[in-house]
Design a protein around this ligand. Structure first.
Ligand code: SF4
Ligand code: SF4
Length: 491
């Protein structure tokens, strides 16, 4: 049984386009992207849709989400695959193909790749391929680079051509010599396939956590700093994970949507290894294959620093599942109780974003969110390095996550309140405008009736003329009052 969540990417969930009882082929669309930031979802194999229902998924909230449950028929029958030559298509056509192939960032955030390729009028000079596994334990990208380097290089060239970038830099940690050698060989072998004058180069970066975070890697590879509150594209750089490039190649050159990914299963297991598994595979199946040890007391999705505990091992694998760590008391002992901050500044020394973590902690703890924002809270990449080195064992990153979610919730509430206020003001304005229009119509009608009467009547006496003038002045005054009331409401 495969359970495929319809919301496994950043942005809006895909809309289900199949129903319980439908027979589907491998690669068939089962979830249509809905909204600008959204991505398609496909049947990972052929079989029958058993249900479209709420199921527990791999998410920190532990809340259920809409999923398609698929009972495979074991035949692996494909839909008709339609490979394309990317050189025959415009960037916008290729972006659409990637969106419909469900290609999202596989480094962890699962941001739809087509959106990252829509750069408008911005000029991109450097495309960075992130091959630096962000955290300890994770080896899925290392394995992919060793085994599928040619497809990664070709996929990178496709992404480069869509961005019209001048060069592609592959950032790989220096503890992965096999991956470095494989990619260098693939670049040499692909030489003629790469466009003339476009540089593809592998750059070894020091294995220092968190070099794999995008902003950090950009700084190490190019010397450029992404300014606070800006995106890499603002400085002419775009960044994709190596696995995303591989998936883009599969989508375009093979016509195959994103149905599988490589996942590391490690930690408190007998056989730590990487699996290439279908999206929707129950994680319980993978940890059983890796032979989780009996004293396992939970599972983490992602790395030990930025990952989150799974609500249950019976959740399905999703596109963002790069690693599953079986946890135990031995591997992850409970942290000692937090002590007061001693202002040692060790957290400052390790922060890759050059923040003041101890000040952010103070503001977050005292709920001074405005000051936390002024100290660039949202530049924090939540790497957890500050928490790791803190001698007072303060779970700093938890405070930042909480503060960010509070700020986002407040901004959301404010937006809703603003919308409600605007709706109310517009209603007031509309009512007054209708009142004014009514008054104007009535006045025009009365005037027309009077004119008709005057046309057939004797000339007015001076007294009648004075009375008429006074009547007209009163009407004009009433109209003016109605108009100014409407104007005040509009302002
Ligand atoms: S988690 Fe800590 S070290 Fe990492 S970026 Fe945020 S403040 Fe800096
Ligand atoms: S490392 Fe911990 S104790 Fe030291 S300044 Fe930072 S928060 Fe305070």
């Amino acid at each position: 049984m495969l359970v495929v969540p319809l919301h496994q990417h950043a942005g809006e969930a895909a809309k289900p386009v199949v129903r319980a009882g439908d027979h589907v082929l491998k690669g068939q669309l089962i979830g249509m992207p809905d909204g600008f930031v959204s991505s398609a979802v496909h049947a990972p194999t052929s079989g029958t849709i058993d249900a479209i229902s709420l199921q527990l998924i791999a998410h920190p909230s532990g809340l259920p989400n809409l999923c398609a449950t698929l009972i495979p028929d074991g035949k692996e029958e494909w839909i008709e695959r339609k490979p394309v030559d990317y050189r025959d298509h415009s960037p916008s056509e290729l972006q659409h193909l990637l969106r419909m192939a469900g290609v999202v960032g596989l480094g962890g955030a699962a941001f739809p790749s087509d959106v990252k390729l829509r750069i408008g009028k911005q000029k991109i000079s450097t495309l960075i391929l992130n091959g630096a596994e962000c955290e300890p334990y994770i080896t899925c990208d290392d394995m992919l680079m060793r085994e599928r380097a040619t497809e990664i290089v070709q996929g990178a060239e496709m992404l480069r051509s869509m961005l019209d970038a001048h060069e592609v830099l592959y950032g790989i940690e220096d503890n992965k010599p096999e991956a470095v050698a494989a990619l260098q060989q693939a670049i040499r072998d692909s030489g003629p396939a790469l466009q003339q004058g476009r540089r593809h180069e592998v750059v070894e970066v020091p294995t220092i956590y968190p070099v794999g975070s995008a902003k950090q890697l950009i700084r190490v590879l190019t010397g450029l700093e992404v300014p606070s509150g800006k995106l890499p594209t603002d400085i002419g750089v775009q960044c994709f994970n190596v696995a995303t490039a591989y998936t883009a190649h599969s989508a375009l050159a093979q016509g195959e949507p994103l149905l599988t990914r490589i996942v590391t299963v490690t930690g408190n297991v007998h056989r730590a290894q990487n699996f290439e598994a279908l999206i929707g595979t129950p994680i319980a199946e993978l940890v059983a294959l890796a032979e989780a040890l009996p004293d396992t007391n939970g599972y983490i999705m992602g790395g030990p620093m930025m990952g989150f505990p799974l609500p249950s091992v019976n959740v399905p694998m999703v596109k963002a599942t790069n690693c599953i760590i079986a946890a135990s008391e031995r591997l992850f002992p409970a942290p000692p109780p937090a002590m007061p901050c001693i202002r040692c500044t060790r957290c400052v020394e390790v922060c890759p974003a050059d923040l003041q973590p101890q000040d952010l902690f103070w503001f977050a703890q005292s709920r001074e969110y405005g000051r936390a924002q002024a100290f660039s809270l949202f530049d924090c990449v939540e790497c957890g390095a500050c928490s790791y080195v803190c001698p007072s064992h303060i779970p700093l990153v938890q405070f930042y996550r909480f503060a960010k979610s509070e700020i986002r919730a407040r901004e959301h509430d404010k937006k809703l309140a603003d919308q409600a206020r605007e709706r109310h003001e517009y209603r007031e304005y509309r009512i007054k405008r209708e009142k004014r229009e009514k008054a104007e119509k009535l006045a025009a009608k009365e005037k027309a009736a009077l004119n008709a009467k005057l046309a057939g009547a004797q000339p007015l006496t001076p007294q009648q003329q004075a009375e008429q003038a006074e009547l007209d002045a009163q009407r004009a005054h009433i109209l003016e009052l109605a108009k100014s009331e409407v104007e005040n409401t509009r302002q």
